[in-house]
Design a protein around this ligand. Sequence first.
Ligand SMILES: [Zn+2]
Ligand SMILES: [Zn+2]
Length: 341
Amino acid sequence: MKTARLEDGVLQVLDVDRPEPGTDQALVRIRAAGVCHSDLHIARGDWGGLSSSSPLGHEAIGVVEALGPGADRFVQVGDRVILGLGGTGGGYWCGACEYCLSGSPRHCSQSTGVMGVFAEEFAVYAPGLVVIPDEIGDEEAPLACGGLTAYGAVKKLLAHGVRPGQWIAVLGAAGGLGHYAVQLAVAFGYRVLAVDIGEERLEFARSLGAERAVDASDAAAAAQELGGMAASLVFSARIAGYQLGLDLLRARGLFVAVGIPPSSDGDFQVNPFVLLMKEPTIIFSAVGTVQDMRELIDLAARGVVRTHVARTGPLSELPTIFDELEKASYLGRAVLTDLTT
Ligand SMILES: [Zn+2]
Ligand SMILES: [Zn+2]
């Protein structure tokens, strides 16, 4: 079968053996796979410390084709499922440690990620799969990471006492994660100040329900006019976006970091006097749990949130799609809809 992977820093489409599902694993025939910016960062070596040889792809929708021992407790052959759980943490978790039992299996010392769904077939830990209804098309595959990550971040607003009706800023609002976050935050009842760059992206954010949309250069003035933001969701993968997110907060606001800037961008620096004066709560939000995924699928099935798909193509076009993503050639997500060629 075909698969795309990184070999010594070079993106290659290879013929490999079909995987066999192990204990508690399901073999899934991939029908569509989203091309996430994380895949691009890994392929380009943007994040220090990662291997230069790696399988790629971590958001997909497919059909269960075979089950390893024990997996029938979780899914059945023929089930249409969404898989990936955002790449980190969805490949295995022990289920019994302090982190697993407190709802944070990503931090389980035994957890592994999901990587390698740019393939015709993929063997995956079945407890991480969520069965999806017919209302959700194959092209919604980016919900598996982009959607889940945005949902996890928006849910943290409630968990940290940010109330519906309050103003929040979404930085990188028109991006692959941000466009979900705007839809979800609006659905949760928040007033959204969308921050991005360029009129086309701002218009897109408005079309998703943002009450205000401003260029990054105007964001500080806009936030001040609105009394400061109760929270900033920072999807921007630039340190400048982090800095701006902190600037927009009102006193005791919530700072939720999500985007991961390239290592070359340097460190996020916070002046202690800003901490003193603003007393912000600063947290990171990465992906989400299986339960988050189920909730998001329910919202998507009811049309509350949808993926803006800008581009589809077969596996063989992945190198071109990476180039396009790097140049930000379009708004919305790219989805591989044929993994066999
Ligand atoms: Zn565990
Ligand atoms: Zn991703």
